[in-house]
Design a protein around this ligand. Sequence first.
Ligand code: SF4
Length: 209
Amino acid sequence: VSRAGGLVHEYWTGEGFRDINQAAQWRQAAIDMVEAYVANLDPTDEPRGVERTVGVVHGGTSLSGRIDRIDQRGDTLVIVDYKTGRHELTIDDAKSSLALAIYAVAAARTLRIGCRRVELHHLPTGAIVTWEHDDDTLKRHLDRANSIAGECASADSAFRAGEQTEAVFPARPSSLCGWCDYLRQCAEGQAVTSGRASWRGLPDGPPRG
Ligand code: SF4
């Protein structure tokens, strides 16, 4: 357990925090959170993969991603995705996640073991939300990914063919523009916000530790 906390300490970066005090508070909170999580893990239970890249081709679209953790439980694989945000997770988060569905299919294809179950592990609370896919739900997600990729490819082709950027990729300013990495290059976004400091998303007051 202390080794896990030590790794957080070793690889922590204070970049993006208001100052060194805020960075130190959040580093300690992260160490506490990780230590509390790993205290409930079986150290002899070796995951089938960690930060494992997997891929699958569906409908002509090549889909790939890097999975936080793949467990093998019995003769099936389980996708584990870590979450650290404030948002309290629901089953719908696991069920509706396009990424998790792609991971399940891609992991099964890559490791040649069935995979239907996806899990979100919320480190701040220790809550685990699970969803068991079937062939139909997985196919629906992959069809959607294929459709999104098709729309992106069409927009890309139109752009290369000389269509106006604004027509192909119209800006859609909203309250989220304050967090956007492209705000400095986006006049429409700047018209609705002047941007927010990166640490503004943190809750008021000291982190839970
Ligand atoms: S700043 Fe521009 S690019 Fe970013 S989300 Fe807003 S409208 Fe979109």
